[in-house]
Design a protein around this ligand. Structure first.
Ligand code: ADE
Length: 234
């Protein structure tokens, strides 16, 4: 999979892309991640300006249509595969595991990170991206949202997680609408808190039953919405 990220702040991704799972996936060429500074497509304007005040008034600045569309055109021309275009915005459709699974099937995804008050509407009208939000809160820009999506998608790509860390049982994945059960490792006891006996029993049937019940109890208490028959994950 090839991921292109268009942003005014490419350095925000530095640490994230050079650590742990992402770094390994990139080294093993399971994913290619390219960052593009939107300002590079505003070279002819004074101070490489990419933003301006909204027509009609109002607070803040908007990212302009011209550098954005030119940037997307040239980034897309870097590879013959058609890109799925995603624009990060709190006005978008809510990101979830199902969307992550869907993105993970694409060969190429291009993400547009907004800043300030967002993009000129013509960016959306011309490029027709899928507008995606990671939740009902407002971030300072789309970069952190893009990282969330990259993180959720890359771990689903074949070969990224070893068998021992398979994502098949993840909460929210297709076929699993329950939250995960609690897990314990050594020591068996710490500050009067002991590991539940059943997990030390060696009785695999009893362990599986206990875990299923814990998952169900947790989901009922914390996220009863996941159990409703009309929930779109069911
Ligand atoms: N940009 C600012 N807030 C955002 C959010 N919640 N999701 C996606 N992009 C954003």
């Amino acid at each position: 999979m090839r991921l292109d990220i268009v942003t005014l702040f490419p350095a925000i991704f530095d640490g994230y892309l050079t650590q742990s799972l992402l770094d390994k996936a990139i080294q093993r060429e399971l994913v290619q991640i390219h960052r593009h500074n939107l300002r590079d497509w505003a070279e002819n304007t004074p101070h490489r300006k990419v933003d301006d005040r909204p027509f009609g008034g109002g607070p803040g600045m908007l990212i302009q249509v011209e550098p954005t569309v030119t940037c997307v055109d040239s980034v897309e021309a870097m590879d013959p595969r058609p890109a799925r275009r995603i624009l990060l915005t709190p006005q978008g459709k809510r990101f979830d595991q199902r969307m992550a699974e869907d993105f993970a099937t694409s060969e190429r995804v291009l993400m547009l990170c907004g800043r300030y008050e967002g993009f000129d509407q013509r960016v959306v009208d011309i490029l027709q991206p899928e507008e995606v939000s990671i939740g009902d809160f407002v971030l300072n820009g789309g970069e952190v949202a893009a990282m969330v999506i990259v993180d959720a998608v890359v771990r689903l790509l074949p070969g990224v997680l070893g068998d021992e860390n398979s994502s098949i049982d993840d909460s929210f994945s297709r076929g699993n609408r329950l939250l995960e059960f609690p897990q314990y490792t050594r020591p068996r006891e710490f500050r009067d808190h002991a590991v539940p006996d059943v997990l030390l029993s060696g009785d695999h049937k009893a362990i599986a039953k206990w875990r299923d019940q814990q998952s169900l109890d947790r989901t009922q208490k914390r996220r009863s919405d996941l159990l409703e028959p009309d929930n779109e994950n069911n």
